[in-house]
Write a protein that binds this ligand. Structure first.
Ligand SMILES: [Zn+2]
Length: 222
């Protein structure tokens, strides 16, 4: 996945820090702080995840089969990445359980649902943490998150089925500000058609509110 192609920018028009699983470490934060303080034109930090992320898939599989964790126990660097992602996976699992019931953990689509949900929650969490870190020195800087869908080529929230992706769910989003905000985001995605399609059941449709979308297109107007 090339961020320049995703956002249709020229080479060197965006400052890219690539990190497996979108996790935030000191070196990553340092690189971003450097870029923000060095380039006056830098107005937006984007945490861009992607569907079917290998690092998140590994965290999901560790969650589902805890014995796999032992394979990583001696690999400190890999464990640092997976430990961070496991937060999103755990919240994804709790959300699926609260929306569909404990029985959902036995359904065949559970692993796929965890992956879809954990990818976007993990990106939102990293954006939230980055925002907290950068807010003090760079109060005007926006930090947003997005999830690049490898199938459709859209940056979007995993709400609708491929081919039915709405304008509202496309683009970049402002991360929640609180634990309750994360709970609402997780529930909203969990109740979306995409996750529902992974499960065979019937649940009442919940009321849907507006999501805090970031109007990023204006940044790249020429
Ligand atoms: Zn990845």
């Amino acid at each position: 996945m090339s961020p320049e192609l995703v956002f249709q920018t020229h080479l060197n028009e965006i400052f890219v820090v690539r990190v497996a699983g979108n996790v935030l470490g000191q070196e990553c934060l340092g690189s971003l702080c450097y870029a923000v303080s060095r380039f006056a034109t830098l107005k937006l930090v984007v945490v861009l995840a992607h569907t079917n992320c290998g690092a998140v898939t590994e965290a999901v599989d560790i969650y589902l089969q805890p014995s796999r964790y032992m394979d990583m126990a001696t690999a400190f660097s890999l464990r640092c990445i997976e430990d961070q992602i496991l937060v999103a996976v755990r919240v994804a699992a709790l959300t699926v359980e609260s929306v569909y019931g404990l029985r959902a953990t036995k359904w065949p689509g559970f692993r796929a649902a965890l992956l879809e949900l954990a990818v976007v929650l993990n990106a939102a969490w990293s954006a939230y943490c980055l925002r907290q870190e950068l807010r003090h020195h760079f109060p005007d800087l926006e930090v947003v998150f997005g999830d690049y869908d490898l199938l459709s080529g859209h940056v979007r929230l995993p709400l609708s089925m491929p081919g039915e992706i709405t304008e509202e769910e496309q683009g970049l989003f402002i991360p929640p500000e609180s634990a309750e905000g994360f709970r609402q985001l997780a529930c909203r995605i969990c109740n979306g058609e995409l996750i529902r399609s992974l499960f065979v059941h019937s649940c009442p449709r919940p009321a849907q509110g507006k999501l805090p979308k970031y109007q990023w297109n204006r940044l790249f107007d020429r």
